[in-house]
Design a protein around this ligand. Structure first.
Ligand code: VGL
Ligand code: ZN
Length: 197
């Protein structure tokens, strides 16, 4: 099997001091760097929103972390984060970005959020990652990164549904854990056939 490491959103805004900080988000960076040597390919994702993105609470003059009904379903409204070209959108400075074969950006469509590395939140619009993996003969994925309960979760479930062999290294992930989201994510990943270790 050809095995890729998929590193989800290890960006400044998801680390302590960032706009949507995940507790200990930076603590996983050394372990991720070390793990990169064990894979046939390394792929990084980068959350990459335009200013005024529809997933931002400020766009709707709403409270951050409130919910909004979008044409594609319910959406959490986040603080402004990972704005294209900003320092917050850059990878954590200690992440070994040079080792990446591919960097895939997501969330650039102003009208649709994109938690998953494979599809936007309408579950239909592809990012192109599936084609990259298939054409390179990659059939096995290990996911690490931020946040366990949102972008790692959505990416892992989509990958499993697409037929990839999927594992999540929970020790190399950290969660937002908002309103039961971590427990729900673990249950969803288990149901989809994702192995967590
Ligand atoms: C993420 C919320 C909003 C993530 C991205 O990377 O998990 N969460 N945008
Ligand atoms: Zn985002």
């Amino acid at each position: 099997m050809t095995h890729a490491l998929l590193v989800i959103d290890v960006q400044n805004d998801f680390c302590p001091g960032g706009a949507l900080a995940v507790a200990e988000g930076d603590a996983i960076v050394p372990g991720i760097n070390a793990a990169m040597n064990d894979f046939d390919a390394v792929i990084l994702t980068q959350d990459w929103h335009p200013a005024g993105h529809s997933s931002f609470a400020s766009t709707h003059e709403a409270e951050p972390m409130s919910m909004m009904q979008m044409p594609y379903g319910p959406q959490v409204l986040w603080p402004d984060h990972c704005i294209q070209g900003s320092t917050g959108a850059q990878f954590h400075p200690d992440l070994t970005v040079d080792r990446a074969n591919l960097i895939i950006r997501k969330g650039f469509n102003p009208e649709i959020d994109s938690y998953s590395a494979f599809f936007e939140n309408d579950h239909t619009t592809p990012t192109g990652l599936e084609g990259y993996l298939r054409t390179r003969g990659i059939d096995r994925l290990t996911l690490v990164g931020l946040a366990t309960d949102f972008c790692v979760n959505y990416s892992a479930v989509d990958a499993a549904r697409l037929g990839f062999d999927v594992a999540v290294r929970l020790d190399l992930c950290r969660a937002i854990d908002f309103d039961g989201s971590l427990d729900a994510a673990k249950a969803g990943m288990t149901a989809a056939g994702v192995v967590m270790r």
